[in-house]
Design a protein around this ligand. Structure first.
Ligand code: C2E
Ligand code: MG
Ligand code: MG
Length: 975
């Protein structure tokens, strides 16, 4: 390199490293500059290079970042220093940049810098040339600013924005005035509005339950509680209303508040509720109210205290038709009978199917004598029915009881109408009989039990047995239910179903219940002390216990005395118990849950089960009654009820336990439908404490493979009643490496599906018992995710097209088959299955992600404030850069790309006097005449303040556009 230009810094090449640290204020501009550069803070690196690219100076921040002393780096080629070790790309860029800066460019780019602590910083790096008096580049100034945090924050912000926009939930921001400030795509879709339209509205415009006058109060409520959750409905642009669940949380940032609103569309849930209600309350076959709705309506009618007749009608010898002509003819007869009954009675009368061939008619304030109606019913039923070409003759028998004469309770009336029906059948059927009032109520057996029960507690005839409860995800025992056992010395073992109602009625249940609670808690605590795995003990409560005002306190005291962790204790209550005294029961349950005690709703599906009511109950677990626990051979509707209950409970964040599981098939079906837990004879009946303890010590559990957690080998199920076909197919598919199961009947196929996680089913169409299409329809109901194909030589076109259209069959393949084609179809079916599995998994992940979004939104706010902080810091570092230029001991002017004077450092101000006033005015007009020319072209010598200067101007081409005008004193010029 040629002679070093004279620069105001007059640094000799090795001077930088020997500068005295601190010391008295030096008039030396170089050390003043270093001091400034060293004070710029940890996030701004600055240095000085000579034109050979050798580092001559580095500020403290830069040195600290790489943990080096000046001696270790000064004098080395800059691109060879530790700052550039982390990233080759950055180093190559630097090399280009050095070349470009030497040509007068001012390169600026992002680099990655490795620090001595192991972190990698993202930095905004620039290289500025500094000119000598000869107009040539004399020095290069590298500087870099840490933008790691800003980059991370920006990336997070982008991600969060994206997530918010893509969320399935409708998300909105609302200001204190109720106006929408932001909305994501899901919110726009929900309301049928464009974003711009939505952002012109206020909450009262879409929420049907808030009018503008109420809004200020809403906002105050929110400010007070910080969050709100409620159900309402919103108005779609097309006018219809949509039921929604709304969660609102207040966000305060920088002193301003807004509400973050998440809207959950309840339409699907409401539809599911309606459907479940329908399934739970109506008989699928006849469409009539079922037993449950009958009880509900009859009870309501009896409360009105009007005279009410109850008729129980049973079809005579119906079994004969069912067995002789087949169940589908039997079903048709029941439907026809239901229609005839409904057509005979008044609209105001209730006709229900109580089960089997039994109907019940409830007639409030009968207009004609009830016997007349009964006769008309018998006549109608007895008329021949023509069903599928059969002429069928059937008769009925009727028993009648009337309120209030025969009782004013549903149970009593139905029991008495039954007694009358019995009478009618004794009289030879096809008859109606009215309850004759024989007083059976003083049942001697019952009286005997009541007396015996009074002594049972005192004589220690009670004991507790424990039935294990299994978690279906892993198959292990997680709890037990305590069940009361009564062994009477002469009457023998008496079932709880017989004595508990008597204990309830007589009030003895309170003392018995106390005994059960104490005993169960002690047992559970003893098991824990003995080092058995954690196990939750559940105890059945009775209605009367639930009415005791100090129930929760007593349980708390028992738990405390025994040392049992309340999380290892639970209570079971039934809906019927809750209905009696809803508010108090709810308070008790809330108090128990607050202790950590788990609350289960027992026998769900037998009482007045209403799902909307379920939502209001403080319940952790829904125990599905065993009557609703389907088996693989159960009708598809049963499975859909169970599935619907499970889905609903999960959406209310409740667990589901299935009771009375008696077979492996049931367990597998429940597991496949996401049921959480089960109990039942299949795993174990209730056992004495010692036996349960042995079971726990032995670690007995359900084989997880059965619960669908086996390794996932592709599994194909072949169904064909012809053995040679199955054998040929097995041979054909041997090389595929699939697990191939085979069944020779539909029945056997269903059993296999319960035990194995089947992916693809290939079934023959024509088989004894059930056709292939019927089997696949059933399979679709039970295991909707399977891919189902028919392979048949026989084309019963209509049923197959129907099945394909309704989605039960994926493909129909013809026999005889082409080997290659069949293999290809099956491979395609597996691929499809795997894709669908993958989609479901993704869908689930998306749903989880959506739930997490609410949390993310909180973080969004903190990111936004971090961003604002960062902006402040950026302004700060810009100011620092200006400070840096101020400290450069030569005059420097900045002119923006519109030619306005935007910057003048201290020396420039000193030189030109009132430049401060001129900032923002055109440089060409305001600068001293001598300098104006320099703005345009080559470096030129000018005289100012009796001194000669080299005036040089260069364009800036980084982010800051415009020009920099620098004045360097001419070497040796007189001062
Ligand atoms: P629950 O609470 O629904 O108890 C489950 C009942 O189902 C028990 O009958 C149990 O032995 C039976 N069970 C379990 N697995 C199966 C199965 O796989 N198949 C069938 N068919 N049944 C199964 P249990 O012990 O006869 O009790 C009957 C009812 O008596 C209980 O129904 C509960 O409501 C009541 N109960 C029992 N112990 C107590 C008690 O200590 N206090 C109160 N208040 N009620 C109790
Ligand atoms: Mg129970
Ligand atoms: Mg139960």
């Amino acid at each position: 390199m040629s002679k070093s230009p004279t620069v105001p810094l007059t640094l000799c090449r090795d001077h930088a490293s020997t500068l005295p640290a601190g010391g008295p204020a030096s008039p030396d501009p170089a050390s003043a500059l270093h001091e400034v550069l060293d004070r710029l803070g940890p996030s701004i690196f600055a240095g000085l290079l000579d034109t050979d690219g050798v580092l001559r100076y580095a500020n403290q921040a830069a040195l600290q970042a790489i943990g080096s002393t000046p001696e270790q780096v000064i004098g080395r080629r800059f691109d060879d220093t530790p700052w550039w070790q982390a990233c080759d790309l950055s180093r190559r860029r630097l090399q280009h940049a050095l070349a470009s800066a030497l040509r007068g460019g001012a390169p600026r780019f992002d680099v990655r810098v490795a620090t001595s602590s192991g972190a990698t910083l993202s930095m905004d790096f620039s290289l500025l040339p500094l000119y000598g008096a000869d107009g040539r580049v004399a020095w290069l100034i590298p500087s870099a600013r840490d933008v790691t945090e800003r980059e991370q924050a920006q990336q997070q912000l982008l991600l969060t924005r994206h997530a918010v926009e893509q969320a399935n939930d409708a998300l909105l921001q609302v200001g204190p005035d109720g106006a929408f400030r932001d909305a994501n795509a899901a919110a726009c879709r929900l309301l049928g509005l464009e974003r711009e339209q939505l952002l012109r509205l206020r909450v009262p415009d879409i929420d049907t339950q808030v009018d503008p006058a109420q809004w200020p109060q809403r906002w105050r409520d929110l400010c007070e509680g910080r969050s709100l959750r409620f159900e309402t409905s919103v108005r779609h642009r097309e006018g219809h209303e949509i039921p929604v669940d709304v969660s609102v949380s207040l966000v305060t940032s920088d002193g301003t508040s807004f509400a973050h609103v998440c809207i959950d569309d309840l339409r699907e849930r409401c539809a599911a509720e309606r459907r479940i209600r329908q399934l739970l309350q109506f008989d699928e076959l006849t469409g009539l109210p079922n037993r449950q709705l009958l009880f509900e309506r009859l009870a309501a009618t009896l409360q009105t205290r009007t005279e009410t007749a109850v008729l129980v009608l049973e079809l005579d010898r119906f079994k004969r038709i069912n067995d002789g002509l087949g169940p589908h003819i039997g079903d048709a007869v029941l439907r026809e009978a239901a229609q005839r009954i409904a057509a005979t009675v008044r609209n105001a009368d209730l006709v229900a199917r109580r089960g089997g061939d039994e109907f019940v008619i409830v007639m409030p304030s009968p207009a004609v004598p009830v016997l007349h109606t009964a006769k008309a019913l018998l006549e109608h039923i007895a008329r021949p029915m023509s069903i599928e070409g059969h002429e069928i003759h059937i008769t009925g028998s009727i028993g009648i009881a009337t309120a209030p004469a025969d009782g004013d309770h549903s149970d009593t009336l139905l029991r008495r109408a039954n007694a009358a029906l019995h009478q009618a059948k004794l009289l030879g059927r096809n008859q109606a009989s009215v309850y004759s009032g024989a007083p059976h109520d003083d049942d001697p057996e019952r009286l005997a039990l009541e007396t015996a029960l009074r002594h049972a507690l005192r004589d220690e005839q009670f004991d507790l047995h424990y039935q294990p409860q299994i978690e279906l995800t892993h198959g292990r025992i997680v709890g037990v239910e305590a069940l009361l056992r009564w062994q009477h010395p002469t009457l023998g073992r008496i079932a709880p179903d017989r004595f508990i109602p008597i204990a309830e009625e007589t009030g003895l249940i309170v003392a018995i219940g106390d005994w059960v609670l104490r005993r169960a808690v002690e047992q559970a605590a003893a098991w824990q002390r003995a080092g058995l795995p954690p196990l939750r003990m559940a105890v059945n409560l009775s209605a009367r216990q639930l009415l005791q005002p100090d129930l929760a306190r007593r349980i708390e005291a028992l738990l405390a005395a025994s040392g049992l962790d309340p999380h290892l204790f639970g209570v079971e209550v039934t809906e019927n118990m809750l209905i009696a005294n809803f508010d108090q029961a709810v308070l008790h349950l809330q108090a128990l849950r607050a202790l950590g005690v788990e609350v289960s709703l027992d026998d769900f599906g037998t009482g007045y089960s209403s799902l909307s009511y379920l939502r209001r109950l403080p319940v952790d677990v829904v125990k599905i009654d065993r009557s609703l626990v389907p088996d693989v051979t159960a009708p598809a509707e049963d499975v859909s009820i169970t599935r619907a209950i499970i889905t609903m409970a999960h959406s209310l964040r409740m667990k589901v336990l299935a009771e009375g599981v008696e077979s492996e098939g049931q367990a597998a079906l429940l597991a496949a439908n996401q049921c959480d837990q089960m109990q039942g004879y299949w795993f174990s009946a209730a056992l004495p404490a010692a036996a349960v303890e042995t079971m726990l010590r032995d670690g007995r559990q359900v084989d997880p493979a059965l619960l669908g957690r086996r390794s996932r080998q592709r599994t194909l199920l072949l169904v064909d009643d012809e053995e040679n076909i199955v054998a040929a197919l097995r041979r054909l598919l041997r090389a595929e490496g699939w697990l191939v199961l085979s069944a020779s009947s539909a029945e056997q196929a269903l059993q296999l599906m319960a035990r194995h996680q089947v992916d693809v089913i290939l079934s023959d169409q024509r088989m004894p018992g059930m056709t292939g299409v019927e089997l696949l329809r059933r399979a679709r109901q039970l295991y909707p995710n399977t891919i189902r194909l028919v392979l048949s030589g026989y084309t019963e076109l209509q049923s197959i097209t129907d099945a394909i259209n309704e989605g039960a069959i994926y493909k129909f393949l013809a026999k005889p088959w082409d080997d290659e084609q069949l293999r290809a179809h099956l491979r395609e079916a597996f691929a499809l299955k795997e894709m669908a599995d993958q989609n479901r998994r993704l869908d689930q992940e998306v749903q989880t992600a959506n739930r997490e979004l609410a949390g993310l939104n909180g973080r969004l706010q903190s990111l936004l404030s971090a961003q604002r902080e960062q902006n402040k810091r950026e302004v700060g570092s810009r100011e620092a850069a200006q400070e840096l230029l101020d400290a450069v001991p030569v005059p420097v002017f900045g002119i923006d790309d519109e030619g306005l004077l935007v910057f003048a450092n201290a020396h420039a101000q000193a030189l030109c006097g009132r430049v401060g006033d001129l900032l923002g005015t055109p440089a060409a007009e305001q600068l001293p005449q001598a300098l104006r020319q320099a703005l345009e072209g080559e470096p030129m010598l000018v005289t100012l303040a009796q001194r000669r200067w080299w005036a040089m101007s260069r364009g800036l081409n980084g982010n800051a556009r415009g020009r920099l005008l620098v004045l360097l004193p001419e070497a040796g010029a007189p001062t």
